[in-house]
Write a protein that binds this ligand. Structure first.
Ligand code: PNW
Length: 536
C-alpha cells in the first residue's frame, strides 16, 4: 500500500502549475521556505490500547494488569478506569476519519495483549481480537495511513502476574515471544513498523521502584508498597524486558523479516529450498524499541556534574539501548550497581549485538538539570540515590526553571532538549534510524484554543529539524495524542489531545492544535513538492 504523501505531493505540483495559491493559512505552521525532513517522512499521531480502547470486557478480551489496578480504589487520581476510555475500540472508524482530516500518513497504536491472548500462552488465541486489529489495519491502509504498531504499551495479561509475577520471572520471555509470533503471523503482511516495548524504562521504574504502576511493588523511601525491593526488582524486570525484546526481534529476523539478502547469490537457490518449509513469509518490515528519553543539562560546568549527566542518561535510557545495540549494560551502571545489576550470558550478549535494532523510537517531552551526588553530598530527591545513579534531577537552576513550567508537573518547555537528545542518540548509536514516537503537551484545564500546545509542538519540531539538518537520520514524528485519553494515574484530569474529548458524550472536538498540525503537514508537502522546482 502506498503512503499518501507522494500522491498529495503530485496533486500539489499540479495545483501549483495551474496557479492555485499556497494552501498554508496559519502563519505559525510555516517555519521557513524549505523543510529539512526527508520527503518520505512519517507524520502521525500516537495512542495506546489501554488509554484509548475501552471495551474492557468486549469480544473475549481477558483482564489485564491495568484493569485490575484501576479497579482497586486509591490508585487513580480521579478514581476512574480505562473501562470505556475514549471507546476507540468501537469508534475507530470515526477516529481514522479525524486522522485523514489532519492528513497524517502514519498512526502509532499498541495492541492489547490480553485481547489477543486473554490468558497469555496458557489459553487460546481470541479470534475476535485478531479480527478487530485486522479491520483497524485494513482501514488505515485504505486511507493511505501506515500502521506503526507497538506490541506492549504497559498493559499485559493479568494471568502472567498471577502465574509467575510477570516481569520478575524469566518465564515471561517465552510468553512475549509467543505473543509476538501470533502478531507477526496475523498482521505482519501489512505492518511494516513494529515496536516491541513502549518505554520499558518508565514501566520498570514505576512498577517496581516507585510502585505507582501495577503491580505496585517498591520498598523503603521509594514509595508506599506492601511488597517489593526498589533496589533490585527494577533491574530484574528490565533484564527480562530486554531478553523478551531480544526473543521477539530474533524471531522476526529469522522467520518473518527478510530471508534472502544475507546470502551470496550463488547460494540463494539452495537456501530458498532449505527455507521453504521453515519460513512463513518475507514481510520485509522493520523492528525497534521505544524509550522515554529525557534530556539533561548539568547544573554547573564542573566535571562532576557533567559526569553525572552521563550517569543520568545511562540509568534512564542507555540502560535499555546499550543492551539492545551493544549487548551489554552501560559501564556507569555496572560500576555503581555492582552485583545488583543482572548479567547477560555470553550467548545472550552475542545474540543482542547480532540482532540489534532497525530503529530507535524516542518519546521526548522535556528536560531537567542534573547535579552530581557521587563526589558531593546531595539533598534527597529524584535520581539522588545509589540505585538511581547518584545524579539528582532538578527543575530549576538559581531559582529559574529549565523551561516554562506547564500544568503537568514533569513537563517543562525546553525545545533545545529535542535537538540535543536526538544528536546524542545519533552519536552514541552510530546514527541508527530514529523516529520521534511521542511528543506532546498536557493541560489540566479544558481549552480549545490551545495556543501553548501549538507553540510547544512548533518549537520542538523546529529543534528536530535542526538536528536533521545537522545529519540525524530521523524518519518520523508522532504527536501524543490525537485525542484526550486516560492518562494513567492522572485518570482523565490531564489532556494531551489535538482533539478534545467531552467524556460524558465521548464527542471529539478539534482544538486549534489539530488545525495547526493539519496546516503544518500540508505546508511540509508543499515544500517537498517545490523542492525540485526551486533548484531549477
Ligand atoms: C508517555 N516523563 O509517558 C507514555 O508513553 C504515554 O502513554 C503517556 O500518556 C504520555 O507519555 C504522556 O504522559 C511518559 O517523565 C512518562 O517525562 C514519563 C515522562 C513522559 C512521558
Amino acid at each position: 500500500m502506498e503512503a499518501r504523501f507522494p500522491v498529495l505531493a503530485l496533486m500539489l505540483c499540479f495545483s501549483l502549475a495551474v496557479g492555485s495559491s499556497n494552501p498554508v493559512s496559519l502563519r505559525s505552521a510555516d517555519s521557513g521556505v524549505s523543510s529539512s525532513f526527508p520527503s518520505n517522512f512519517l507524520f502521525g499521531t500516537a495512542s495506546s490500547s489501554y488509554q484509548f480502547e475501552g471495551a474492557y470486557l468486549s469480544d473475549g478480551k481477558g483482564l489485564n494488569n491495568w484493569d485490575v489496578f484501576t479497579h482497586t480504589p486509591g490508585n487513580i487520581a480521579d478514581g476512574t478506569t480505562g473501562d470505556i476510555a475514549v471507546d476507540h475500540y468501537n469508534r475507530y472508524q470515526e477516529d481514522l476519519d479525524l486522522m485523514s482530516r489532519i492528513g497524517v500518513n502514519s498512526y502509532r497504536f499498541s495492541i492489547s495483549w490480553s485481547r489477543i491472548l486473554p490468558k497469555g500462552r496458557f489459553g487460546g488465541v481470541n479470534q475476535a481480537g485478531i479480527v478487530h486489529y485486522n479491520n483497524l489495519i485494513n482501514e488505515l491502509l485504505q486511507r493511505g495511513i501506515q500502521p506503526f504498531v507497538t506490541l506492549t504499551h504497559y498493559d499485559i495479561p493479568q494471568e502472567l502476574e498471577e502465574r509467575y509475577r510477570a516481569w520478575l520471572s524469566p518465564q515471561i520471555q517465552e510468553d512475549f515471544r509467543y505473543y509476538a509470533e501470533v502478531c507477526f503471523i496475523s498482521f505482519g503482511d501489512r505492518v511494516k513498523h513494529w515496536v516491541t516495548f513502549n518505554e520499558p524504562n518508565v514501566a520498570a521504574i514505576r512498577s517496581y521502584r516507585s510502585g505507582i504502576f501495577p503491580p505496585s511493588r517498591c520498598s523503603g523511601s521509594f514509595g508506599n508498597c506492601s511488597h517489593g525491593d526498589s533496589e533490585t526488582e527494577p533491574y530484574i524486570a528490565g533484564h527480562n524486558m530486554i531478553l523478551s525484546h531480544a526473543a521477539a526481534v530474533n524471531l522476526y529476523r529469522t522467520k518473518f523479516q527478510v530471508t534472502t539478502t544475507h546470502f551470496p547469490p550463488r547460494m540463494l537457490g539452495i537456501f530458498n529450498l532449505l527455507m521453504k518449509f521453515n519460513v512463513q513469509k518475507e514481510q520485509g518490515g522493520s523492528i525497534g524499541l521505544v524509550l522515554n528519553a529525557l534530556w539533561y543539562e548539568p547544573i554547573s560546568d564542573s566535571t562532576e556534574d557533567q559526569l553525572a549527566v552521563e550517569r543520568a542518561l545511562a540509568f534512564f535510557m542507555n540502560w535499555f539501548l546499550d543492551p539492545a545495540i551493544f549487548g551489554r549494560y552501560p559501564e556507569e551502571m555496572r560500576q555503581v550497581l555492582g552485583p545488583k545489576l543482572p548479567e547477560f550470558s555470553s550467548y545472550e550478549s552475542r545474540l543482542l549485538k547480532r540482532i540489534g535494532l532497525d530503529f530507535i523510537g524516542i518519546n521526548h517531552y522535556t528536560s531537567f538539570y542534573i547535579k552530581d551526588c557521587m563526589f558531593s553530598s546531595c539533598e534527597q530527591g529524584p535520581g539522588a540515590s545509589k540505585t538511581e545513579g547518584l545524579a539528582l534531577r532538578l527543575e530549576q537552576k538559581n531559582g529559574s526553571y529549565i523551561g516554562e513550567p506547564t500544568a503537568v508537573d514533569w513537563l517543562f518547555v525546553y525545545p533545545r532538549g529535542m535537538e540535543k537528545i536526538v544528536t546524542y542518540i545519533k552519536e552514541r548509536y552510530n546514527n541508527v534510524p530514529m523516529f520521534i514516537t511521542e511528543n506532546g503537551f498536557g493541560q489540566t484545564r479544558d481549552i480549545l484554543n490551545d495556543v501553548r500546545r501549538v507553540d510547544y509542538m512548533s518549537s520542538y519540531l523546529d529543534a528536530l529539524e535542526t538536528a536533521v539538518r545537522k545529519g540525524a537520520d530521523v524518519r518520523g514524528y508522532f504527536a501524543w495524542a490525537l485525542l484526550d485519553n486516560f492518562e494513567w494515574t492522572s485518570g482523565y484530569t490531564t489532556r494531551f489531545g489535538l482533539y478534545q474529548v467531552d467524556f460524558p458524550s465521548l464527542k471529539r472536538i478539534p482544538r486549534l492544535s489539530a488545525t495547526w498540525y493539519k496546516n503544518y503537514i500540508e505546508n511540509f508537502i508543499f515544500k517537498v513538492a517545490t523542492r525540485g522546482a526551486s533548484s531549477l
